[in-house]
Ligand binder design. Structure first.
Ligand code: UDP
Ligand code: MG
Length: 322
């Protein structure tokens, strides 16, 4: 992007002449689809900008697609991206973002848990010069205590061990500027943890707070199993720390083993109470156990490097060129 482009976009966005894309992943949301369109339209019509709504139908097995198609007949601003099957939330978002043409792109869930009424606040923050504006949850209604607790714990853990600064209590409801979107589009890894990847992008990232409400209709598509697998992708996509666990265990067992070996020798040569053969077996087991774990850890380090390379991410992203 040249300086001229940049200033042009800036002045355009300031006087309201810009295109806003709203990406909405939909999976079996027939009960809430109409209400969703209504809420989105009410908010967007009240904003002085051009907009497009991109629904991504993620292989729904109910009437979601038919309902969206019906609505579309009267709404030229609505586009529908129909995926060939259910690819999951993160890939549905990715497909929508890839096809969005806006100067700013907002991703929002189709179950109305995230309030579209927050759009003006997100856009205002973008116009202040932020490239990524996260909507941060202040409180969450209609979620089980278990989900709240595990979510809280998880975000704290991932923050500690991942090398990127993934903001706490932030989901996939956010606005991204064109250059942030282009950056995200250049990360083509298979196992996607979009909120982590967005954090990886850098640029100026800000937050706007909101209260998360309960689902309008339908039920959550994240079963416990999916939740666990999603969390695991998040941890392992941003950290090779789990691979280092072997080295860590190996070192601990080597140290403990060392002291236990001394104890075994004392029992044998000082107290003379050891059964014949016990000392040597104990020492061998401890020694080999430690060595094996350390070797596994070393292999893990290399696997980690291969993993980083295989992701084939760009090495850096350019923010501006002056
Ligand atoms: N979703 C999707 N594909 C899936 C699962 C979910 O596109 O395989 C959509 C779903 O329709 C919703 C959003 O992603 O708009 C978030 O899903 P959900 O509400 O089930 O997640 P939760 O809010 O419980 O974390
Ligand atoms: Mg939801």
């Amino acid at each position: 992007m040249t300086v001229q482009d940049a200033t042009q976009i800036e002045s355009q966005s300031a006087n309201g002449d810009f295109l806003l894309s709203v990406v909405v992943p939909m999976y079996n949301e027939e009960e809430g689809a109409k209400e969703c369109v209504k809420r989105l339209k009410t908010v967007l019509d009240g904003m002085k900008c051009r907009y497009e709504i991109l629904f991504v139908n993620d292989g729904s097995r109910d009437r979601t697609l038919e309902i969206l198609k019906e609505v579309r007949i009267h709404e030229p601003n609505i586009k529908i991206v129909d995926l060939s099957r259910n690819f999951g939330h993160q890939l549905a978002i990715t497909a929508g973002i890839d096809l969005a043409g806006g100067d700013a792109v907002i991703v929002i869930d189709g179950d109305l848990q995230d309030p579209p009424e927050l759009f003006p606040a997100l856009v205002a923050k973008w116009q202040e010069g932020f490239d990524v504006v996260h909507a941060k949850r202040r409180k969450r209604e209609g979620e089980t205590t278990f989900k709240l607790l595990t979510a809280k714990l998880y975000y704290r853990i991932i923050r500690e061990i991942a090398q990127v600064d993934i903001p706490v209590d932030v989901g996939d409801f956010r606005l991204m500027s064109r250059r942030a979107v282009d950056g995200l589009k250049s990360l083509r890894e298979q196992h996607r943890y979009v909120r982590g990847m967005v954090a990886w992008l850098g640029f100026n990232q800000g937050t706007v707070e909101y209260d998360r409400s309960a689902r309008f209709a339908g039920e959550t598509k994240y079963s416990l199993r999916r939740m666990i697998s999603f969390s695991w992708i998040g941890l392992t996509s941003f950290s090779v720390v789990p691979l280092r666990l072997a080295t860590f265990c190996g070192l601990i067992s080597a140290v403990v083993g060392f002291f236990y070996a001394i104890y075994a020798l004392i029992v044998k040569f000082y107290f003379h109470t050891a059964i014949i053969g016990w000392t040597s077996i104990v020492i061998l087991i401890l020694l080999l156990g430690g060595i094996q774990l350390i070797c596994l850890g070393i292999i893990g380090e290399y696997v980690g490097k291969i993993y980083e390379e295989a992701k084939d991410r760009p090495l850096y992203l350019i923010k501006d060129v002056f």
